[in-house]
Write a protein that binds this ligand. Structure first.
Ligand code: FAD
Ligand code: NAI
Length: 486
């Protein structure tokens, strides 16, 4: 008789692989099925995040920032390094090496934790009515196997949202995979969508010397951010040479030949504009991936946008089937996917031990957001426009990096930190940052909010001097008009 796993996880991105490891840590017998193949046609664990998302994009952001520093910023420190140059294939090879280190690292983690890894497409077949055991078909290029498991975790992630009328060829018209693999700097780079990918990828290639034009459909950009932060970002990006962001555009046509991509669009004043670029990145959002999963055949409930419908515990409408990460509602972020994976693993473990599950659900209000542009943008909790819409009375403390000694020493003085606290209770409701290294600074704010801190609690904490974290401290002091250095 075939082995029956306690849990079969479909998808090995940061949702699925973390869920499988946590299941194994809790003594559950877990298998993780994943179909990803890298550019060389090899199975590669880690999903979007490790292969063509978080990790490779940050590797390129780091390389391009270093180049930009040498070329444009270090002379202010008295440092000149002759004629700086960038070898793009070396930069890409470095990025690929980092990716491989992590993707193979997951194989090692699976071995260490005794998670069985299977390569191939996973399709839900059926649940046996008497035993309640699920059958999952695993198809590896035509070689099929059936896996049996008591519980299923769907962690199949997301794929780029297609733009009608064009085909991504990853030669001239690129999605995130192509944007991370260019081996030459395009002289003129177009980007459709001023979202997180558009801004991060636009930053990489602009710093390396491309003339970047980002075309955004909405009248403003960074709509999920606090309005004041979005405004500050807009003015900071507007000062960047080589970067243009046009909002309120309507794309009319895109034509690509061997030499050029020609884009016709209506600008915010409804005037027809033409833009010729050498490469075009399309980054207009991502959609949940349930292709070939057997959703329809098994009656798995999907919402009108194709997300698997789940409750607060990530339970689907099918018995013993859970779904996590980008394929379900909520922000499409790696750390959100992982946290859901851990929560579901713990719930299944309780169920298997016959214990009631009274554990926490994932707290969406304390999930941090980070956009790795320069300046970086980060936030957690509610922004001002959300609080106004909800009729919540609040007070705000704000402090600029320009008044901070460490920021001055670094020569990175743009941006500010804003702390929003409840008018009556002083509890911190949201923290919004734009400036140097805020991707790291935001963690202190997340911890404060997770522990239900008041702005007074943060004000009472001693922050090292001189450090960027003093800006957060001063912003918290500012909530009750106690900021010292402004
Ligand atoms: P995924 O990572 O998409 O993994 C799903 C896996 O399931 C894939 O390997 C897929 O091949 C596999 N799969 C799908 N269907 C099947 C099937 N039927 N059978 C077998 N396998 C299947 N998030 C951040 O938090 N920080 C960042 O800095 C960040 N940067 C990003 C940069 C880019 C360019 C992109 C595109 C995304 C970025 N994200 C970032 C988002 C992040 O990558 C996703 O939120 C995260 O990967 C979602 O994890 P997941 O496990 O739900 O799905
Ligand atoms: P996004 O949702 O962040 O941005 C897409 C943008 O495209 C929006 O501003 C939208 O208005 C615009 N758009 C949509 N249709 C358009 C059209 N026809 N013409 C012009 N503009 C159009 O999506 P993006 O950038 O593709 O990223 C997907 C997700 O990946 C993000 O939402 C985020 O969850 C995740 N991600 C996270 C990162 C991080 O945490 N640092 C980095 C990169 C991606």
């Amino acid at each position: 008789m075939s082995e029956v796993f306690d849990v079969a996880v479909i998808g090995a991105g940061p949702g699925g692989y973390v869920a499988a490891i946590r299941c194994a840590q809790l003594g559950l017998n877990a298998v993780c099925i994943d179909e990803w193949k890298n550019a060389k046609g090899k199975a590669s664990l880690g999903g979007t995040c490790l292969n063509v998302g978080c990790i490779p994009s940050k590797a390129l952001l780091e390389s391009s920032e270093n180049y930009f520093q040498i070329k444009h910023k270090l002379s202010a420190h008295g440092i000149t390094a002759g004629q700086a140059s960038i070898d793009v294939p070396t930069m890409i090879a470095r990025k690929d090496k980092i990716v491989t280190t992590f993707t193979t690292g997951i194989s090692s983690l699976f071995k260490k934790n005794k998670v069985k890894a299977m390569h191939g497409k996973g399709t839900l077949l059926q649940q046996e009515s008497d035993t309640k055991i699920w059958q999952v078909k695993v198809d590896d290029s035509g070689n099929t196997e059936t896996v049996l498991a008591k519980h299923i975790i769907i962690a199949t992630g997301s794929v780029p949202r297609p733009l009608p009328l064009i085909t991504i060829d990853n030669n001239r018209i690129l999605d995130n995979s192509g944007a991370l693999a260019m081996t030459e700097i395009p002289k003129r780079l177009g980007v459709i969508g001023a979202g997180v990918i558009g801004l991060e990828m636009g930053s990489v290639w602009r710093r390396l010397g491309s003339e970047v034009t980002i075309l955004e459909a909405m009248p403003e950009f960074l709509m999920a951010a606090d309005e004041q932060i979005a405004k500050e970002a807009k003015s900071a990006f507007a000062k960047e040479p080589g970067l243009k962001i046009q909002t309120g555009v309507k794309i009319q046509s895109i034509k690509a030949d061997n030499d050029v991509v020609a884009i016709q669009y209506l600008d915010a004043e409804s005037q027809m504009q033409m833009l010729d670029v050498d490469k075009l990145i399309v980054a207009i959002g991502r959609v949940p991936n349930t292709t070939g999963l057997g959703a329809t055949e098994n009656g798995l409930a999907l919402d009108e946008r194709g997300f698997v419908v789940v409750d607060q515990y990530c339970r689907t409408n099918l018995s013993n089937v859970y779904a996590i990460g980008d394929v379900v509602r909520g922000p499409m972020l790696a750390h959100k996917a992982s946290e859901e994976g851990v929560t579901v693993a713990e719930m299944i473990s309780h169920q298997e031990k016959g214990l009631p599950y009274e554990n926490e659900t994932v707290d969406f209000n304390t999930i941090p957001w980070v956009i790795y542009t320069a300046p970086e943008i980060a936030w957690v909790g509610k922004n001002e426009q959300e609080l106004k819409a909800a009729g919540v009375a609040y007070k705000v403390g704000q402090f600029p990096f320009i008044a901070n000694g460490r920021a001055r020493a670094m020569g990175e003085t743009s941006g500010f930190v804003k702390v929003i606290a409840d008018e009556n209770t002083d509890r911190v409701l949201g923290v919004h940052m734009i400036g140097p290294h805020v991707s790291e600074l935001i963690s202190e704010a997340v911890m404060a909010m997770k522990f239900s801190a008041s702005s007074e609690d943060i004000a009472c904490i001693i922050h090292a001097h001189p450090s960027l974290s003093e800006v957060f401290h001063e912003a918290a002091l500012g909530v009750n008009k106690r900021a010292l250095h402004i």
